[in-house]
Design a protein around this ligand. Structure first.
Ligand code: ACM
Length: 767
């Protein structure tokens, strides 16, 4: 290959916008080193794929399979190396990192080399990403030289299959998507309060009983009026199949068996494992249950027997034993557990948990495995070779590294993908706190406070998806993609290659790859938020356009047509006369990345706020909760602060407003709050079913009050209309909507608020 053909990788966002510029291939994650060349290698059905050695052949087969599946091209593996083909070769000198590889493409062919099958596989993924349709409709590989290796050895994704269950086909699809992102650890959360999902032959009731729950509310009532169960578990055969499928894609599966908390499903199956010995139901609440395993010898033997079967199924080095969120109230209250602590000579319940972890660590070590657990395992004495997963921020990772433990960074504020990825109103149910692409991308996993010698203990990063509020696989995909692309980049690409604007420019190329793999990614990171501030008496609305990811080329129309690259470019807020219609889309390289967003404005829409456009009264992000029915199909989604049923419309324009209409929904209150119980705040009710109150500010004067019905109507909603006192008709009034009464067993939530003008204002508008 003629090296002089290559240009250093200096292509930037500005150059990419120009058709004359040399565009570097849009690879994700960005490779460590890339030099773009001139010309391209044309790939068609005659192109031979040659593999040198058995390990290379397995990679070549996977490559051919991906190309056939996604690019409608059947390549063949040639036994002899030919000129003008694709070659996969094991070459010890190709990289100093076993996961590294080199890839050279020119007009004559492509050579991918790596020291072992891992790196070669990543080279194959890069090559798959490089295949682009040329103007002749053939597939092209642009001339390029890539020398690449990952930054971190642990590039993880955790999926919670306990709260909601995914099928084996869905798990395999995720594994394919992980491979596309060069992620290599699939952390599988298999047991929790709400479900035990792994078949353990010795304890069949774990899945027979622990694998089913009756969901809260209407979702748990069948058509016949009887309890309707939500069930699911993976057989050992299915798990072996997943482990094999993952290994073929260089992904290790790390199973999690959560100990000593998150144990309700196991205790429901075998009550003797719990503190009271009493029968329990598998949990259908979300939050933190008080149920802990009983730390006696029989339970430890049970756990070791479970781990024996787990070890036989999962050949990887690490076994995750949880350790998180184990509130110790039951241990503190139990005379038996207190006696056990005295007998063991442990000084408190934290050390008792540490004793359990140390015993399991010893057991795993004896079976040549390593223990990993959530950062609470640092709270007691932790065996030196245990690895810590830092989730309550980064402090756990820092403490672990300082103490000589390896750590995987997965801070919940940045890498929990169960949080929404934008503030747009169309995000699905999710935990509070928005985590955008940018939040993830800007995260630097190695804490700057660590001394250089301690930094090597940060072995990687991981994104986690907890599924309490992620009921369907469509939503799993929405939460993971495209954010996994940002995760991949912080896990794989060298820190000095990080460039968020460049990432944004490359990301649209990832979307057709997702579509080829059948992945339903979220469009919200590419959508436009069309905000309108109304000046209704003057028949005007001021429009502000923004994109949650920071894409800057926003084009819009006001005539109902779909925006094109030639439409008006948004630069600053603009004023329209009512009624108005705005359509807007993000453009990259003159293409709309996703379909345009649209919003209509008129006096009624400006006086109406749906739930997603209200704030919480404490100023913090809200949980987005799904209604409990219907059992199948679309359900309403409500943002709610479950500790304080109060919603705020900041600075509402009350001029000319005579009444306020609130449409309220009702949810089962299925939350276990543990030690947060004391934070639950509600106003006492004055009538049997409580009241709806409209207040001037969250703790302000009551502007209106109406009795709530005992239950909502057949559609699940109750609509209440309250007059507003005339003297409150000002232009900027914080309006709070509060429900009095206990939130248990069911909670009223605001679905929609509409301000209704008085006769005079309405007549003025009609003129
Ligand atoms: C966790 O989020 N409970 C580890």
């Amino acid at each position: 290959m003629n090296r002089s053909l290559f240009h250093a990788f200096t292509v930037c966002v500005l150059l990419l916008a120009s058709p004359l510029a040399l565009a570097a291939p849009a690879l994700i994650p960005a490779p460590a080193k890339l030099q773009a060349g001139d010309g391209a290698f044309v790939v068609d059905a005659r192109t031979p794929v040659h593999a040198e050695g058995a390990a290379a052949r397995a990679v070549a087969e996977r490559f051919v399979e991906y190309v056939a599946r996604t690019r409608d091209l059947n390549l063949h593996i040639a036994s002899k190396r030919a000129n003008g083909g694709i070659v996969f070769a094991i070459d010890r000198k190709a990289s100093s990192n076993p996961e590294g590889y080199s890839l050279q493409a020119d007009r004559n062919g492509v050579i991918v080399k790596a020291p072992d099958a891992r790196g070669l596989f990543y080279g194959a993924i890069t090559l798959w990403q490089l295949l682009e349709a040329g103007s002749d409709n053939a597939l092209h590989v642009p001339a390029v030289r890539i020398d690449d290796a990952p930054r971190f050895g642990w590039r993880g994704l955790m999926l919670d299959s306990a709260r909601h269950f995914q099928t084996i086909e869905e798990i395999k699809q995720l594994i394919d998507a992980m491979a596309l992102h060069k992620l290599n650890v699939f952390h599988w959360h298999l047991t929790d309060d709400q479900g035990w999902r792994i078949e353990i032959k010795r304890y069949p009731k774990l899945t027979e009983i622990g694998g089913c729950r009756v969901p809260a509310g209407d979702a748990g009532i069948g058509a016949d009026g009887k309890p309707h169960q939500y069930c699911g578990y993976y057989t050992q055969e299915q798990i072996r199949d997943v482990v094999r499928y993952a290994a073929e894609r260089q992904i290790t599966v790390v199973p999690e068996i959560d100990v000593p908390g998150h144990a309700t499903a196991a205790i429901a199956a075998y009550p003797e494992l719990g503190i009271s010995g009493q029968a329990l139901s598998v949990g259908n609440d979300w939050g933190v249950y008080p149920n802990l395993f009983k730390p006696d010898d029989a339970t430890m033997t049970f756990l070791e027997n479970v781990l024996t079967e787990v070890i036989a199924l999962f050949p990887g080095r690490y076994i995750h034993i949880g350790g998180d969120e184990a509130v110790k109230d039951q241990w503190q209250a139990s005379a038996q557990v207190q006696a056990r602590m005295r007998a063991l000579g442990v000084r408190d319940e934290t050390q008792l948990q540490a004793w359990m972890i140390a015993r399991l660590n010893h057991f795993l070590e004896a079976h040549q495995r390593r223990l990993i657990g959530w950062d609470e395992i640092l709270d007691g004495d932790l065996p030196a070779d245990a690895t810590v997963m830092s989730w309550r921020g980064i402090e756990g990772g820092i403490a672990a590294a300082r103490g000589g433990h390896d750590a995987v960074m997965t801070p919940s504020n940045l890498l929990y993908l169960n949080r929404p990825q934008s503030d747009l109103p169309n995000e699905p149910p999710s935990h509070p706190g928005t985590t955008t692409l940018r939040h993830i991308y800007d995260y630097e996993p190695v804490p700057a406070t660590l001394a250089p010698k301690q930094r090597r203990h940060i072995i990687g990063v991981q994104a986690n998806l907890w599924t309490e509020h992620v009921r369907t696989f469509a939503r799993v995909q929405h939460m993971l993609f495209p954010r996994l692309a940002a995760v991949a980049e912080i896990a794989w690409s060298p820190a000095e290659r990080k460039d968020y604007r460049d990432f944004l420019t490359r990301l649209p190329a990832q979307l057709p790859r997702y579509r080829q793999l059948g992945i339903a990614y979220a469009e919200t990171p590419f959508q436009v938020w069309i905000d309108g501030a109304g000046d209704i008496p003057d028949d005007k609305v001021s429009i502000t356009l923004s994109n949650p990811s920071g894409y800057e080329d926003i084009r819009y129309t006001t005539d109902g047509s779909a925006p094109t690259a030639q439409s008006q470019r948004y630069t600053e807020p603009f004023v329209l006369k009512l009624p108005a219609e705005v359509k807007a889309a993000v453009f990259v390289a003159e293409q709309a990345v996703v379909a345009a967003s649209a919003r209509d404005f008129d006096p009624v829409s400006l006086r109406t706020r749906g739930n997603a456009m209200l704030a919480s009264c404490n100023g913090e992000a809200m949980l987005r909760i799904e209604d409990d029915g219907p059992r199948e199909g679309e359900r309403a989604i409500f943002g709610a602060d479950i500790l304080n049923p109060c919603w705020l419309w900041p600075k509402a324009d009350l001029r000319g407003i005579a009444a306020i209409e609130v449409r309220a929904g009702r949810l089962p209150y299925n939350f276990q709050l543990a030690h947060d119980e004391a934070k639950r705040k509600f106003q006492p009710a004055a009538s049997p079913a409580g009241e709806l109150e409209i207040r001037a500010g969250c703790d302000g004067e009551v502007l209106g009050r109406a009795r709530l019905p005992a239950r909502p109507g057949a559609d699940g909603f109750a609509t209440l209309k309250l007059p507003l006192p005339l003297r409150k008709q000002v232009a900027a009034q914080d309006v709070c909507i509060v429900f009095t009464g206990d939130t248990r067993p069911a909670m009223w939530v605001v679905d929609r608020v509409t301000l209704l003008p008085g006769k005079r204002a309405a007549t003025r508008r009609a003129r």
